[in-house]
Design a protein around this ligand. Structure first.
Ligand code: HEC
Length: 189
């Protein structure tokens, strides 16, 4: 026997289901939400920077074993990564031949990272002079600077030199060599 709902019953049913659905929404509860299929969503684990009562130093994060090197981060090529030879002295010339592409790239990078101090003409008369920088930046056409080894220049860019800040965070190793190739090209002119 089938029974057809009257309009009033239908409205009532609809109203009740809406009420049930609305119940609890936006309400604050101390209970964890109903989680029908937990899979492995919550497990015991340490979170970054959290405390640990297992390790003696009380920290859950461990430092890598001394001498650990991440893949691809060995950087054992002293000449390329540090501008130095095996004895630790600055190399006279860059470990690669300068190409036209390097000079172009170097010119572009120079315009971003060096020009404010060393100037568009590489004469050390950059915009920074208007702001009372304590020591004037080097003039790349000065004999002393022309005579600097490539390795010394590489080191100056990456590690800074006296009153010049270190730029290793801003200028990649490749770009440091490219900038040197550009500086050498204008020094020749
Ligand atoms: C914030 C300003 C500033 C920026 C940016 C800067 N320099 Fe310098 N640089 C200086 C100053 C100042 C000196 C002189 C330092 C001294 O003798 O106390 C200097 C010196 C040098 C020297 C000479 C080091 C020596 O042995 O005397 C080289 C080479 C050099 N800079 C290269 C660069 C290159 C290449 C860049 C861009 C990648 C650059 N600098 C960016 C301020 C700057």
């Amino acid at each position: 026997m089938t029974r057809i709902l009257s309009l009033t019953q239908l409205i009532l049913l609809l109203g009740m289901s809406l009420l049930i659905m609305a119940c609890g929404r936006g309400e604050y509860s101390d209970q964890p939400p109903v989680h029908l299929n937990p899979n492995m969503d919550s497990q015991e684990k340490y979170k970054a920077q959290s405390e640990s009562n297992f390790f003696a130093d009380g920290a859950s994060m461990r430092t890598p074993v001394e001498g650990t090197v991440a893949r691809g981060e060995l950087r054992e090529d002293d000449a390329y990564y540090r501008g130095k030879d095996a004895a630790g002295d600055f190399i006279v010339s860059a470990p690669m031949a300068f190409t036209a592409e390097m000079v172009t790239r170097g010119e572009e990078r120079y315009g971003i990272y060096c020009v404010a101090c060393h100037g568009a003409n590489a004469d050390g008369k950059g915009k920074i002079l208007d702001y009372n920088y304590p020591i004037p930046p080097a003039n790349f056409h000065a004999v002393r600077i022309m005579d600097l080894s490539d390795g010394h220049m590489f080191n100056a860019i990456g590690q800074g030199w006296l009153n010049m800040p270190a730029l290793k965070a801003q200028v990649s190793v490749d770009d440091r060599w490219a900038i040197i190739s550009y500086i050498r090209s204008i020094q020749k002119k």
